[in-house]
Write a protein that binds this ligand. Sequence first.
Ligand SMILES: O=P(O)(O)O[C@H]1O[C@H](CO)[C@@H](O)[C@H]1O
Ligand SMILES: O=c1cc[nH]c(=O)[nH]1
Length: 257
Amino acid sequence: MSENAKMLHVNLAPGEAGRYAIVPGDPDRCELIAAHLDNPRMVTRKREFTTWEGTLEGERVTVTSTGIGGPSTAICVEELHKCGADTFIRVGTCASTCADVQCGDIVVVSGSVRMDGTSRHYLPLEFPAVPSYQLLKALEESAVSLGFHTTVGVSITKDSFYTQTEPETKPVADELIRRWQSYVRGGAVCTSMEESILFSVGASLGVRTASILVSATNFDGSVSKRNSADVYPTDSIQKPILSAIEALRRIIRQDKG
Ligand SMILES: O=P(O)(O)O[C@H]1O[C@H](CO)[C@@H](O)[C@H]1O
Ligand SMILES: O=c1cc[nH]c(=O)[nH]1
């Protein structure tokens, strides 16, 4: 393979990603994020990986979707890194697992339970899945400065959506519910599907990672179920987007300073 060949999945070549990457799960979210950059343009799309780019504070910013869950997130981070990225901010949604986080509230993830398989291919389980403190701090300060209700806390990264929302229907229900209860009793504030992978792959590559989420659910007091009555206001996604853009501005200025 030539050195300038395009990556197998994200379809970018070395040099075609900015140092700064914003990585949502949903491909449709890339355009919404890029709209806040200067000179946004769609770059490429392959499988679950859609890429837009633009500039912020004069620096190139790449926005690429990870798709859902571990394997595709690991691929996205590895390939963007090969193409030039060393700073990754996930902008996503989560389900609340605590009373402090209600629908539309922000969570800045300070660490993640590794209830996934992919991160174990990178680091042993005793190694914590944690973000870069510099990025976490910038995200928290930005979200608070924008007036959003913000919680900094531990998320649960799971490998499967419906084993969380309907654990009692699965053959391993007892195990799922027992583990989930222990995470919640340990103080986990929300659940999503990419953090432990993003943080672990980032740590193994020696790059900066962080994640900011908006809750798509109200917490109804149940340990593991999604609240079926939740109506997710689609404009809520602008909260983590605006926070991430402001945080990235601060990071870029710090990097330059
Ligand atoms: O909001 P996004 O980034 O799509 O992420 C969340 O939504 C998906 C599940 O519906 C999972 O990928 C979960 O982590
Ligand atoms: O309910 C939800 C919403 C976002 N992400 C999840 O993992 N679950």
